[in-house]
Design a protein around this ligand. Structure first.
Ligand SMILES: *Cc1c(COP(=O)(O)O)cnc(C)c1O
Length: 398
């Protein structure tokens, strides 16, 4: 039977009927270790008791109020995000692309509020992914995503990854700031060097530019810090969050300093569903866990273990794995075989992963895993590598 959905995704032929922590169970009884986490969304895994209880309780209260009235759950979540980060104020929306759109608008409006509306252009980086709206495909600059959708939304100047000279050359009187993912997700798990982020911050301060970070994928504890930029000790002006913030419930957030958000005054932006009581209640429950004592250091420690175990795998299968890179529980395995083959072999061994650019396979386990799950995942990857290496050996022998 053909699907009534847009055919915009290549969907694997499997239906999951139950999830528990990092495990997913298929209709036919197969069990999978979920290192995809719905693309870094399920920060606390499947069926987390605290999230389930929170959503059930919220479902007994008004589901939707609209931002024309007070929403205490949204106030509370914003307060906690502010207390946990550089930010002073938060705008809630429903997805990553919307959070990035808000970040872009915040940066542009800041300069307009300063009497410099001509400063609206953002410098972005090759390999970026910022979402699929018209502005965010222009920001991402991937020709595949722009093709056929008309003239790209103006206002984005892309430079090579982490190239400071190119950045300096790209700055003009129209530049408003930078937009980047401290750890690129879709682009292939490339981590911006700390020194580069520090240099960008210096440029921002010297030239009156704003630093907007897209932490839709790498934020909310994924890298072992609440925000990935904390690894570099860099204070951003604006940060977009989404994926992991709702633990599976759709929510996005744009965080900013009050200075950076000074143009976002009454009536300048809005969202019907943004800050919805259900979404913000669940977001609060995610923070209860992610910001609890010892949680983030544990993610960092598990990340070190994963890094070490992947390095061993890389040594054992140099013809299959080129390198493994990432931070915390956000890892990419750059393969020497087509990444789709690697992911398929892993899935055949009961391990779910996500593809990325640069021939990378992403490992994005729920943040609640333990050492045993890492061993389990690595053992399944080992079998997948052995499976992929086997035909190559035969070819060599022939
Ligand atoms: C997923 C993602 C987005 C887009 O999020 P949506 O919820 O799909 O709109 C934007 N930026 C980054 C870095 C992402 O990983």
């Amino acid at each position: 039977m053909t699907s009534a959905l847009y055919p915009t995704y290549a969907r694997a032929d499997v239906i999951f009927t139950r999830g528990e922590g990092p495990w997913l169970f298929a209709e036919n009884g197969d069990r999978y270790l979920d290192f995809a986490s719905g693309v870094a969304v399920l920060s606390l895994g499947h069926d987390h008791p605290h999230l389930v209880a929170t959503l059930k309780a919220a479902a007994e209260k008004p589901w939707h109020i609209s931002n024309l009235f007070q929403i205490p759950q949204a106030e509370a979540l914003a307060r906690r995000l502010v207390e946990a980060t550089f930010a002073d104020v938060v705008f809630f929306c429903n997805s990553g692309a919307e959070a990035v759109e808000c970040a872009i608008k915040t940066v542009r409006k800041y300069h307009a509020a300063n009497g410099q509306p001509e400063r609206y252009r953002l410098i972005t980086f090759e390999g970026a992914f910022h979402g699929r709206t018209l502005a965010t495909i222009a920001a991402g600059g991937n020709p595949k995503y722009l093709d056929g959708f008309g003239a790209p939304t103006p206002g984005f100047d892309q430079v090579p990854f982490a190239d400071l000279e190119a950045v300096e050359a790209a700055i003009t009187d129209e530049t408003a700031g930078f937009l980047l993912e401290p750890v690129q997700g879709e682009g292939g798990l490339r981590v911006f060097p700390r020194e580069f982020l520090l240099e960008l911050r210096k440029l921002c301060d010297a030239r009156g530019l704003l630093m907007a970070l897209d932490e839709v994928q790498c934020g909310v504890g994924r890298t072992g810090k609440f925000l990935a930029c904390e690894h570099a000790g860099v204070a951003p002006d604006v940060v977009a969050l989404a994926k992991g913030l709702g633990g599976g419930f759709p929510i996005g957030a744009c965080l900013a300093t009050s200075e950076a958000a000074k143009g976002m005054t009454l009536g300048t932006h809005g969202s019907t569903f943004g800050g919805n009581p259900l979404a913000t209640a669940v977001g609060g429950a995610v923070l209860d866990v992610v910001l609890s004592e010892g949680f983030l250091p544990r993610v960092a420690a598990l990340g070190s273990l994963l890094r070490q175990r992947l390095a061993e795998l890389e040594d054992r299968y140099p013809k299959i794995i080129e390198t493994a890179r990432g931070e915390g529980l956000m890892f990419g395995v750059k393969t020497r075989v087509p990444n789709g083959d690697f992911a398929a072999a892993a899935r055949a061994e009961g391990l779910l992963t996500v593809l990325a650019g640069d021939n990378v396979v992403r490992l994005l386990p729920p943040l609640i895993i333990d050492e045993g799950h890492i061993s389990e995942a690595v053992s399944r990857l080992d079998k997948a590598c052995a499976r992929l290496a086997a035909p190559a050996k035969q070819l060599g022998a022939a």
